[in-house]
Design a protein around this ligand. Structure first.
Ligand SMILES: [Ca+2]
Length: 492
């Protein structure tokens, strides 16, 4: 494209001699290559530059933030692996993608995704890593190159599917996926076609396992106790206390929780932090490869996670809930053409914004159903007046994880309202995030917040309507009946 524009300009200049008037031809805006790096379950603050864990060194991710922008207010619309992946790919709420849960759902094969739209617009596309919609590893539409594995995959010696063929590999999954990613990037050297790489890690999801070379990096580390771990949850809904108390424990759920010893050296949490180290090395290797093939500055590199993660806050591991640790995600973008180095983007950003952003930058068509907004207007750090002031958060109760209720929440810059829609006799929650960023004290019964509560309820109704919120019918089916098993005939 660039070469073609140059030829036109040169030809026009030459012809200018004949026609006595130079013809100016506007060069088409260059289309960036896209490198999208998705980590699994990475908490927004589990990065070196965030400073929460002084012993956690992530020099390459820090460098990416230094050369690009950090999104201070990035969130998922649903904090769960498969549904959030479907939202990143399509730009739609999970209640519309066909993937409201992890359990045997997948986006329809003809549903447009940002890679499939970019492919149509002339990009070379590759998917490398965790797909995690249906326990299948075979190539999906929209990708010229495919490397994946079934479901959650494994940390060591994975069985992979490479362009439709089974391949057994020895080694650590993060390193192997990085090998495939950099090998594919190497092949893009000198090609005119723009490219889109979707690199989707298994790390740092459970079972939290660092690379062998990092296995002892966290041996001497002690984790500081998060404030909300000490919360007695007296003003939390009963279902929160029930979960913390032990969903299966017999007897009455207490009105407030007794104090509990903080496990400062909990092995799984240290393994989780250790697994981040190889992800950081991956970012370094990808950036080095882009530099080597001379495509670094015409590539938009985005680094993010499919959901946040509790590291003991509110006495939780995992995600799913509508508290900050779960719905917030890390997000960094590097693209010198539009993003100032070392900048911070304040605009409220969602996982559903990624697809329209890449579609717009790649000159691809943005399909009608897309619900996110292109981030192009906020990449320079400004927040346009008409940018979103609130968003809807959703979560649907799972059959195999049924202690967490179906949740709806609205978050504005200052407030959050959370309601568990299928816990009929329980209370909702309201937080003033400016005064209480750790969500320690719900003000839902405070008369001073009566107006705020009314405003948040009305925002919830408005956003439900605007996003077409509904509990998808697929959740009424048993997981086994939701999608055909490969190799089995589907009953009509
Ligand atoms: Ca996840």
């Amino acid at each position: 494209m660039k070469r073609l524009s140059l030829l036109v300009v040169v030809a026009a200049a030459l012809m200018g001699g004949f026609f006595m008037r130079p013809v100016m031809v506007q060069a088409a805006a260059p289309r960036p290559n896209v490198v999208f790096i998705l980590v699994d379950d990475l908490a927004y603050d589990a990065l070196g530059f965030m400073g929460r864990y002084p012993f956690l060194k992530t020099p390459h991710i820090d460098q990416l933030a230094k050369e690009g922008a950090w999104f201070r207010n990035a969130f998922v619309t649903i904090s769960l692996c498969s549904p959030s992946r479907s939202a990143f790919l399509t730009g739609m709420y999970a209640h519309n993608t066909g993937v409201p849960t992890n359990e045997r759902c997948e986006i329809p094969p003809d549903m447009p995704t940002f890679p499939s739209q970019l492919q149509k617009a002339g990009y070379s596309t590759a998917f490398i890593g965790k797909w995690h919609m249906l326990p299948r590893d075979d190539p999906r539409p929209g990708f010229d190159h495919w490397v994946s594995f079934k479901g959650q995959g494994v940390y060591f010696d994975p069985k992979l599917n490479v362009d439709g063929k089974p391949v057994n590999r020895e080694g650590y999954i993060t390193d192997l996926l990085t090998d495939y990613a950099t090998a594919w990037l190497d092949k893009q050297a000198g090609k005119d076609k723009p490219f889109c790489l979707y690199l989707s890690h298994k790390a740092v999801h459970g079972p939290f396992t660092p690379a062998k070379r990092h296995a002892h990096e966290m041996d001497d580390v002690e984790l500081a106790v998060p404030e909300s771990f000490l919360d007695d949850m007296a003003d939390k809904p009963r279902w929160m206390r029930r979960n913390a108390w032990g969903a299966m424990k017999p007897g009455r759920v207490p009105d407030k929780l007794p104090q509990k010893q903080w496990p400062a050296k909990r092995k799984d949490r240290l393994g989780y932090l250790g697994a981040i180290l190889a992800v950081d090395e991956c970012v370094g290797r990808v950036m080095d490869t882009l530099k080597k093939i001379d495509r670094l500055d015409d590539t938009i590199v985005m680094f993010t996670s499919d959901n946040g993660f509790f590291m003991g806050e509110h006495r939780r591991g995992d995600k799913r809930l509508a508290y900050e640790e779960s719905m917030r995600i890390p997000m960094i973008v590097r693209y010198p053409a539009k993003v100032k180095s070392g900048s911070v983007i304040d605009a409220m950003t969602l996982n559903i914004d990624i697809a329209p952003t890449f579609m717009q930058l790649g000159g691809a068509e943005i399909p009608d159903g897309v619900q996110g907004r292109s981030l192009v207007p906020v990449l320079d750090g400004s927040t346009p007046d008409n940018w979103r002031q609130a968003f809807l958060y959703e979560y649907f109760r799972e059959r195999h994880f049924n202690q967490t209720p179906t949740l709806l929440a609205v978050r504005t810059e200052r407030y959050k309202y959370i309601i568990a829609t299928d816990e009929k006799d329980d209370i909702a929650e309201l937080y003033d995030l400016q005064k209480d960023p750790k969500e320690l004290e719900s003000v839902i019964n405070d008369p001073q917040y009566a107006d705020v509560l009314a405003m948040m309820k009305s925002k919830l109704n408005m956003l439900k309507q605007k996003t077409g919120y509904h509990v998808p019918d697929i959740l009424k089916k048993k997981p086994a009946d939701r999608a055909p098993r490969p190799g089995k005939k589907t009953a009509k």
